[in-house]
Design a protein around this ligand. Structure first.
Ligand code: HEC
Ligand code: HEC
Ligand code: HEC
Ligand code: HEC
Length: 429
């Protein structure tokens, strides 16, 4: 063979080999997956245009899911919603929760139940007509297996199994969920060769225990109170993300499986106000909110009663003589407690108002709306009619009023001494 022929044959062989490799590459099976996780929404459907952070909302979730699909057309995108899913307080909760459930169904979400939602009992099936996920509870699906890798139409190529495992903790009314660590161990024993992602309501303590298990645990995404992570954190070999922000935050876990190796690129971000939402979902949400508002307003009307004893004068009236106290009060959360509800469109929800305004159902709010909004002077000092010269509720009594509103649920970090200091308008130094 001449030198020329040899070179030609060699080049042909190289080209053939390359073509073969490229062909095999095209035959690769599904290698990529994106798990899109949101949670803790408590039925808040809509971001608003007011005060601080009008973020989150159902319609923007659709935009984000579509983006994740568009970025890599071959990739499977799995949306997951974590508990608490539904609103448990408010006369319009059925209307709102049904809309939330319908949304989850229409977007093919994997839906994780947790202690807060389980307390809703039989209502759950009414709100969401699909399957709930939760490991260790009879009647719930505990995991979803996603197989990645391999070659299409060909028997060879390594495949890997990723288990999305739904685990939550804490006791619910009288009933305890199985210990999350035990549930996790059991799962790993059953399929030790698989890889895991854990999703649910888990405390930092449980997460620490879990990552110490000798398992291939890629990530844990949890809703635990109001805890949030701005950047995913790595604990041992596991990425950890907290999403407790009333549904205003999402985690995107991009996962690849190539030649027997798992890779994960986690991301966690605020669902920002500048993001445009899906128009159809937005319209549906608007209709639901309108219906809910009608129900709220009709309940609010019914809440108006005449005061049984002395009547309320309003915080502005007190401020006329107690300017210093008034100025301090106005700057605390008590002064703006009604505005806080506006952020989530709950300012007319009659199950929030007893703690966020003054004298609700006792002859106060919604009379003199402005002056009795927020946790006003008379929330603690009692109605002002006759004062002065009548003396006001003694300080001791006022100080005892805190726990009426600062309950375990609504103020889990309440600490008497620290909280008293934070609202101090009586020590004059
Ligand atoms: C017309 C002026 C005036 C108005 C309005 C007023 N106060 Fe007073 N308040 C006084 C005076 C005067 C005292 C007695 C001050 C002192 O002895 O140091 C007082 C005392 C108090 C005290 C101390 C306990 C007591 O009774 O001596 C509290 C608490 C108090 N006021 C709360 C309120 C609240 C709450 C309101 C609104 C509902 C209010 N005040 C409206 C003038 C007023
Ligand atoms: C009528 C209900 C009610 C009562 C009574 C009440 N609070 Fe509050 N408190 C609230 C609400 C609602 C908030 C949240 C306000 C917000 O951020 O919008 C709050 C917030 C606070 C905060 C955070 C303030 C801030 O500036 O962020 C402190 C501290 C506090 N309360 C202390 C107390 C203490 C101490 C007492 C008893 C002397 C008390 N509260 C009684 C309803 C109440
Ligand atoms: C039993 C009294 C109570 C009820 C009912 C209540 N709240 Fe509150 N809320 C509080 C207290 C107390 C705080 C302050 C907690 C703290 O700072 O420790 C608070 C704080 C808040 C905050 C600010 C802190 C946060 O959690 O983000 C929001 C928002 C809020 N409440 C919304 C609501 C809504 C919406 C409802 C009705 C669905 C509601 N609350 C019903 C007592 C209550
Ligand atoms: C969250 C409950 C709460 C609210 C709201 C509140 N106070 Fe008080 N206030 C107290 C407590 C508790 C004390 C007494 C603290 C102590 O001395 O131990 C006090 C003390 C005072 C005192 C001094 C009483 C004395 O005997 O020296 C005055 C005056 C007063 N408040 C006026 C007001 C006014 C005016 C407003 C509204 C602008 C207001 N307070 C709102 C809880 C409250």
């Amino acid at each position: 063979m001449s030198q020329k022929m040899k070179i030609l044959a060699f080049s042909a062989a190289v080209i053939l080999l390359l073509a073969l490799l490229l062909g095999l590459q095209a035959l690769r099976g599904e290698n990529e997956l994106a798990v899109f996780v949101t949670g803790g929404a408590e039925g808040y459907l809509l971001p608003c245009g007011c005060r601080t952070s009008p973020a989150g909302g159902l319609s923007r979730r659709v935009t984000l899911i579509d983006d994740a699909r568009r970025e890599n057309p071959g990739r499977r995108v799995v949306p997951v919603e974590l508990s608490p899913l539904f609103m448990d307080r408010g006369p319009a909760k059925d209307v709102i929760n049904t809309a939330f459930g319908d949304f989850l169904k229409s977007e093919n979400y994997l839906v994780s139940a947790g202690p807060r939602d389980l307390e809703l009992g039989n209502k759950l099936k009414e709100y969401y007509k699909g399957e709930y996920h939760l490991a260790g509870m009879a009647g719930y699906r505990d995991d979803v297996v996603v197989e990645l890798g391999g070659y299409r139409y060909l028997p060879f190529g390594k495949k890997g199994k990723l288990r999305l495992l739904f685990i939550s903790e804490t006791a619910l009314l009288g009933k305890k969920l199985d210990d999350p660590l035990e549930v996790f161990r059991k799962k790993v024993r059953e399929a030790p060769q698989d890889t895991y992602i854990v999703l649910g309501n888990l405390s930092t303590m449980k997460i620490q225990e879990m990552v110490k298990e000798k398992a291939d645990l890629l990530a844990i995404v949890s809703v635990w109170g109001h805890m949030v992570t701005t950047l995913p954190q790595k604990a041992d070999d596991t990425w950890v993300v907290f999403l407790g922000d009333r549904g205003r935050r999402y985690a995107l876990l991009e996962i690849g499986y190539f030649d027997g190796r798992w890779e994960i690129w986690p991301k966690c971000e605020y669902i920002h106000r500048s993001l445009e939402g899906d128009a159809k979902v937005e319209e549906r949400v608007r209709e639901t909110m309108k219906k809910a508002e009608e129900i709220n307003l009709s309940e609010l009307e019914k809440s108006v009663v005449k005061p049984a004893g002395p009547s309320f004068n309003g915080s502005d009236h007190c401020g006329g003589c107690h300017a210093k106290e008034y100025d301090i009060w106005k700057k605390t959360g008590h002064g703006s407690a009604l505005a806080t509800l506006e952020i989530d469109h709950q300012q007319n929800n009659t199950e929030c108002l007893p703690c966020h305004v003054t004298g609700f159902r006792g002859g106060g709010y919604p009379a003199m709306k402005e002056s009795l909004s927020g946790v006003g002077c008379e929330s603690c000092h009692g109605p002002g009619e006759g004062h002065p010269p009548e003396r006001h509720a003694p300080a001791e009594e006022a100080a005892g009023a805190c726990l009426k509103c600062h309950t375990k649920r609504d103020s889990p970090n309440f600490d008497r001494e620290m909280y008293m200091k934070m609202i101090d308008h009586w020590s004059r130094n």
